[in-house]
Design a protein around this ligand. Structure first.
Ligand SMILES: [Zn+2]
Ligand SMILES: [Zn+2]
Length: 240
């Protein structure tokens, strides 16, 4: 047993790993961060969805087809995919991550995003960019949750992360507080980027939750306007 393994085993003995959601002891070998019941309760997206924005359809039958919103107006991003539905254990885990236990949940959620996200995306990316927060919001929360997730994905995939490629130049109200039709106006022209950072690049935008899609759509618009070749979006969860 190596030195490092010895200490890892000793730490497990004195501080047995607990499920990050329900605090049950983790015993089975495949349980790393979440116990089996909690992992199984993470509502993953399966079944037919909109190939463009990733919206899952209620019916589990049938093939993928464009949703009415994407038919009405194609989004600025090429595709958007989410690992799970923003509900149940997924919502609980993201909430804990953003407001309580950043250090505990950064690696587990980033790993879930990297592992599950791999199979959801069809294209390779030159660079990963987090959806930026306004400086004032970073001061309030202490960190940008999207950057933390992007870093973990970049590390596991071996893809560069451009933390400052995209910037939020205008203060915006939290999207969740606004009715849908105001969300679009709220984030309009809120972002900017340097063309040299994005020109001809295939970019993956990472965020924690996809709500109406207007935030990532606005980011994608700016990136495309500055010469990005392709913009895909990957989030941990999306609202229905
Ligand atoms: Zn659990
Ligand atoms: Zn769609």
């Amino acid at each position: 047993m190596g030195f490092r393994n010895f200490f890892a085993a000793a730490a497990d003995f004195f501080f047995p790993p607990l499920c990050l959601l329900c605090r049950a002891f983790l015993t089975a070998p495949h349980e790393t961060y979440f116990c089996r019941p909690c992992s199984e309760a993470l509502p993953l997206i399966s079944g037919p969805l909109c190939p463009r924005c990733g919206m899952p359809f209620v019916s589990q039958e049938g093939a993928d087809h464009l949703c009415s919103r994407c038919i009405g107006k194609a989004p600025a991003f090429d595709t958007a995919r989410a690992v799970g539905i923003y509900a149940g254990a997924m919502k609980q885990a993201i909430h804990l991550f953003k407001y309580n236990s950043r250090s505990l949940l950064a690696a587990p959620l980033g790993t879930v995003l990297a592992q599950q996200g791999r199979g959801l995306l069809e294209h390779e990316h030159d660079v990963i960019m987090p959806v930026p927060l306004h400086a004032r919001r970073i001061r309030q929360r202490g960190f940008n949750q999207s950057l933390v997730l992007a870093r973990q994905v970049g590390k596991l995939w071996g893809v560069a992360v451009a933390a400052e490629g995209l910037e939020r130049t205008r203060w915006t109200d939290p999207q969740t507080m606004l009715p849908e039709r105001q969300r679009l106006r709220n984030v309009r022209d809120a972002f900017s980027c340097r063309a040299t950072a994005v020109e001809k690049k295939s970019i993956l935008l990472v965020d924690d939750v996809y709500t109406s899609g207007s935030t990532v759509n606005e980011c994608a618009k700016v990136l495309k306007r500055n010469g990005a070749r392709r913009v895909d979006v990957l989030t941990l969860a999306r609202t229905l």
